[in-house]
Write a protein that binds this ligand. Structure first.
Ligand code: FES
Length: 121
């Protein structure tokens, strides 16, 4: 089911935009001109990815440094710092709470005119 999420012209590079579509919080990211939609919930402990930094198509969670491909959701790195501050490997392991690396959910996006349509099926 495709739902209008935003006006494409309001989504700018370097400023992630969180929208609520039905009961889901979706993060809209413009990168290299394309708009991507991810679940705004880090699979580590469910915190928001909204303030995550996007570089080379990868978003890094601002809380513990896990990172994800914004196009596929694939995990790139899993729990490696605390609020951006490096921690020893054993501390990162504790912070991970025993959770294994997981991807973040992504949603198909289509831009029609200035409408950003997200398929939340
Ligand atoms: S909540 Fe994202 S890495 Fe912990």
């Amino acid at each position: 089911m495709k739902v209008k999420a935003a006006q494409a012209s309001t989504i700018v590079e370097g400023k992630n935009q969180c929208v609520k579509l039905q009961d889901r919080k979706i993060l809209l990211i413009r990168h290299n001109g394309n708009i991507h939609a991810l679940e705004n919930k880090c699979p580590h402990v469910g915190l928001s990815l909204e303030k995550g930094k996007v570089e080379n198509g990868v978003i890094t969670c601002p809380w513990h440094g896990s990172s994800f491909d914004i196009a596929t959701g694939a995990n790139q790195d899993w729990v490696k710092n605390l609020l951006g501050v490096s921690v020893p490997k054993w501390t990162a392991k504790m912070i991970s709470l025993g959770k294994s690396p997981q991807p973040v959910r992504t949603y198909p996006v289509e831009v029609v005119g200035d409408d950003v349509m997200v398929d939340i099926s």
